[in-house]
Design a protein around this ligand. Structure first.
Ligand code: FEO
Ligand code: CA
Ligand code: CA
Length: 728
């Protein structure tokens, strides 16, 4: 796994009600099909379903129409025969008139970077534009892509990587730091310019694209083009806004903040705005003072786990929005109160942020009602006449699955300027062993939580601990089936899943039923190494339902894994590890993307297309967990066997890349897919930058000298050579 993407594992709560479970059987009742059909006016998780006439029956008649792409460790993008994948926008591509690409990506200045595509493309959404430049959700010829830039490959960013002083003897940052008495200030960044550029590599891009005679291209100088970075002013809205928890020296009344960070998966709203989700923001903060229990619950500590340490760099001279750009990431309370320092700065990150892509001057709004955690996807389930549901994963080991239900009833006529996401109820999922589950509301009126609405919004994990939520195997993206409204959630992996619970380990349970040893490849991993995809059906298909049924859609595995691991019967045409990105296209094709570290000895990360059926269409699967032949934990769950007919590999990425972020044009003839951090295992051997640059991938690099190429994160556009619809 890439060094950029460490997963903190702060959940030591003892809430799990199933931790002693050794053997559970699901009643047959729990796997009986739901079978309801859709009424007029239902619209699940997507727009443009004219009249919403597509039903699960229609989805069931879909057939995949491409040849499976073989697994590969080659440093190329592979798509099926008859398809072409081309770079559309990449790290460093200039957004505005006059911008140019340098000869090497590391030569970008901070100002150039702020006016160019960022790094580590992640979640993404296509917003159509009419020929006249007005919102037109059905136009495939012109549109805006909103693209998350999650993180950076820091060794690629500067000619010799980031500059630090005061390194320990091994040239590493962490080793000598923690033990010193009194603690020394450790290694520091020496260059504000480096840090500013790193900030500008993060955030969001909105970029105009158009279809020309030679295919899709991006429009440099397009009037909607925009960058949002970790220093762009944003508004805090919802329950945390104005509370003591978010007051800072930047805004002593707690209504404004600066920037968005570690934007991973995404969502959208039916009214045409983009939702970007802040995931590993905690890694950017330091706390030289006392770490509070709430900070610890989010993995905040003396140093961030991203190793960038912006808070150790000198602040550039500036006032207002430009003041304290670096030092605000240091949480130590040094002033008389919260309005005199940045003790609360971390409380202004960790949210779902709503952005109007059609208004380049709009101020992003952090929707604190949707909770604060390591946000992954935020996908809506929208049915006219009902409240909206937004489904969200908290991607850390043993964290939870959330749903936000709006107070507002969905009409389909909402304007883009509204505050619907400020009012509603956050819920957290509790999975029962019998295939049912319930959504526990997190309410200030719940005396068992003992928290105000602002505290629930900011310290959401603490509230969810008290609510008894089910600890999951790293909840990532969510997707809503456009036909039957079922909600899918990727659980990417969890090396802390074990046969029995111990401090820091979660015992297998029916919803997270696997703990085993990787059988080959020398990784010696234990736990849920390959991940799985769970799906739920809301009671009465209501987004506001407080109960649901669930089963397992598919278990990740290597095709040659033992049958107690390869539980879904994966073959060479569709075996995968660590599902992460997840998206239903408007036809009901499920797209599954991987961010893997367990199968890289045999294949780079990949994307698959599936026709997943519906909840209950599998049967009981007995999970016979073994680690080193030791004690077994047998769990029986409702799950599914898949075949190459209904799940098939569509793409394999270049070396060292993760496949993440996807959308398609409304005509379904162009697919946009992100290649994140190709070559990320390259770079310098240590933080002294004394060694040579080691190149892992040359994918879409600017540099011409082999061995020196720094591969670039890229949005691909994939089309079918005969001009037809993708995948079918
Ligand atoms: Fe950024 Fe959890 O993937
Ligand atoms: Ca193998
Ligand atoms: Ca990931």
């Amino acid at each position: 796994m890439g060094h950029h993407h460490p997963m903190e594992d702060s959940n030591r709560s003892t809430n799990h009600r199933l931790e002693t479970l050794v053997s559970q059987r699901i009643s047959r009742r729990a796997v009986i099909k739901g079978g309801s059909t859709l009424g007029v006016g239902m619209m699940f998780g997507g727009l443009g379903l004219a009249g919403c006439s597509e039903t699960s029956d229609a989805a069931a008649s879909l057939k995949l129409g491409f040849a499976a792409v073989p697994k590969s460790t080659a440093d190329v993008v592979t798509v099926p025969a008859g398809y072409t994948a081309k770079p559309l926008v990449s790290w460093g591509d200039p957004l505005f008139a006059g911008g140019t690409l340098p000869a090497s990506i590391h030569d970008l200045t901070p100002a150039q970077q702020e006016a160019a595509l960022g790094d580590h493309h992640d979640g993404m959404y296509y917003f159509g534009l009419s020929a006249a430049g007005l919102p037109d959700r059905s136009n495939s010829l012109r549109g805006l892509l909103a693209i998350n830039h999650e993180a950076i490959t820091e060794d690629f960013t500067h000619v010799k990587g980031p500059t630090f002083n005061n390194l320990d003897a091994a040239g590493r940052l962490q080793a000598a730091d923690a033990a010193a008495t009194p603690p020394k200030l450790d290694s520091s960044r020496t260059s504000s310019d480096e840090c500013l550029k790193e900030m500008a590599l993060h955030g969001i891009t909105v970029v105009e694209i158009e279809k020309s005679v030679s295919g899709y291209r991006y429009v440099q100088g397009g009037s909607f083009n925009r960058r949002i970075t970790p220093y762009t002013p944003v508004l805090l809205s919802g329950p945390a806004s104005g509370s003591d928890l978010v007051k800072t020296k930047y805004d002593s009344v707690g209504r404004k903040a600066r920037g968005t960070l570690n934007n991973c998966a995404n969502g959208f709203t039916p009214w045409g705005t983009y939702l970007t989700c802040e995931e590993n923001w905690a890694g950017y903060f330091g706390q030289y003072g006392t770490v509070t229990p709430e900070q610890a619950r989010y993995g905040l500590g003396r140093h961030g786990f991203q190793n960038l340490r912006w808070y150790t760099a000198p602040d550039p001279v500036g006032t207002g929005d430009a003041a304290d750009l670096m030092s605000r990431f240091q949480l130590n309370a040094t002033g008389a109160d919260a309005s005199a320092d940045y003790r609360n700065e971390a409380n202004t990150f960790g949210y779902v942020v709503e952005i109007d892509p059609y208004d380049p001057s709009s101020t992003p709004k952090k929707r604190t009602a949707l909770g604060r955690f390591s946000h992954e996807g935020c996908w809506p389930k929208a049915i006219k006449g009902k409240r909206l549901g937004f489904y969200m994963g908290d991607d850390s080991k043993g964290e939870y699955f959330y749903k936000f239900v709006t107070d507002a009833i969905f009409t389909g006529t909402e304007s883009r300027q509204n505050d619907i996401l400020d009012n509603g109820v956050l819920h957290v999922a509790i999975f029962n062993a019998d295939g049912t589950g319930r959504w526990q509301p997190l309410l200030a009126s719940d005396l068992a939580l003992g928290m105000t609405a602002a505290e629930i919004a900011v310290h959401t994990r603490v509230a969810a601990d008290r609510a008894g939520a089910t600890k999951m195997d790293r909840p990532e993206w969510t997707a809503v089936h456009p036909g039957n409204g079922e909600v899918y959630l990727t659980l990417t992996k969890n090396d802390q899943r074990a046969l029995v619970a111990t401090p820091g380990k979660q015992a297998v349970d029916p919803a997270n039923p696997r703990a085993y040893k990787d059988h080959d490849g020398g990784f010696s991993k234990t736990g849920n190494n390959n991940g799985h995809v769970i799906r739920i059906r809301e009671t009465s298909d209501d987004p506001a339902a407080t109960t649901f049924r669930w089963d397992i859609y598919v278990f990740g595995a290597e095709a040659d894994a033992p049958t107690n691991v390869n539980l879904s019967g994966l073959s060479d045409d569709n075996d995968f590890s660590s599902p992460d990105g997840l998206w239903f296209d408007p036809r009901g094709v499920l797209w599954l993307q991987t961010d893997d570290d367990a199968y890289l000895d045999e294949t780079n990360c990949m994307m698959l297309a599936g026709i997943p059926g519906q909840l209950g269409d599998g049967g009981p699967i007995t999970v016979n967990n073994r680690i080193d032949g030791a004690s077994a934990a047998v769990v029986t769950v409702a799950g599914k066997k898949v075949s190459a007919d209904n799940l098939r590999r569509f793409l394999v990425g270049p070396k060292g890349s993760e496949i993440t972020g996807i959308d398609m044009t409304p005509d379904r003839k162009a697919l946009f897919v992100n290649i994140q951090h190709p070559g990320e295992l390259g770079g310098f051997a240590d933080y002294r930058q004394t060694g040579a640059f080691v190149q892992q991938s040359s994918f879409n690099a600017l540099e011409t000298v082999d061995g020196q190429k720094r591969a670039r994160s890229t949005t691909l556009v994939i089309t079918k050579d005969d001009g037809g619809e993708i995948a079918l």
